[in-house]
Design a protein around this ligand. Sequence first.
Ligand code: GLA
Length: 365
Amino acid sequence: MKKYFAPGRINLIGEHLDYNEGLVLPAAITLGVTATFIPRSDNKIILRSATHSFSKEIFLDDEIMFDAKNDWTNYPLGIIAQLKKENHSVPAGEIIFESNLPEGSGLSSSAAVEVLTAYILLSQTESHINLVWLANFCKQVENDFIGVKCGIMDQYSVALGKKDHALLLDCNKIHHEYVPIELKDYRLVIMNSKKPRSLIHSKYNERKKECEEAFRIFQTSNSEYQNLCQVDMSQLNLLNVENLKKRARHVISENLRVKEAVKVLEMNDLSTFGRLMNASHASLKNDYQVTGIELDTLAETAQEVTGCLGARMTGAGFGGCAIAIVRETAIEELKNKVSEKYLSVTGISCEIYETQIGDGVHQLI
Ligand code: GLA
């Protein structure tokens, strides 16, 4: 019996930039999904969960298709289908998943299950797994089998995260560097809106299309641009449609903020980093329009707390989570103020917890 772990992720800054081939700065967190693998001598794979009652049993030679009835097991099933398609040997066995990562809350629980399943199955037969390849492989499963047209950020951070470091990921070159995060007296806090993210996929795909459209217009005026993040802010008036202008302004300014964020983190200037987080949230609220009353209330109430350096939504938006960097001694005050305000504005009780930056997928025992 072997045990493995894959983390969730937060994105510190650089939102909605991965599919625009820009820079993102995510980090793996210590919350995540654990799974036990028990080999079998027949040709079955059994997928179980300590968190969900639904389980699934398949034969290795079954044809596997996406089916909503398969619930959470669609993620591991997609991985198995793709491994078989690419002629990897898939071992028989039982995988039992257990998670302390809130699901559907923008912390990449689905990427964690995908990366974990692929890592477990490949580890049984291969002595070395290329984690960059693994991240791309899992992203492809999410795009093609699950049908969500996400970028590479989530699977990449789940696979390659490193304790006490953020990942500066260049989504154009698909290349990363680790940036040390020294929080000293400060802590990372996650604020979960608990708002169901029902419209997320259609809205996500709509933003993606708007960016493609804006880029197409810029490219007709300058064919050297390779992606929207490279466009100069002075070119924005080439766009006549107000919404396209707003989306492009977010993408271009957010990419500049990531560059600035890395510079100030290297100088250990957490205060300026916090201000960049606040500016990122404002841009996602006003220009990219993916926040909503829930995430705005969480982030903006946190921003008012003395001792909170910065707060912003993280992930796709439309519900999900916001994050904040808060002085340790101010966490209680932040929890009280944010919970109270959030309940009075939305009628929902939020959840607020501290988290640490942890390692990417690995074997535990
Ligand atoms: C989701 C997607 C990512 C990324 C973020 C927004 O988490 O899965 O690929 O686009 O939204 O930054």
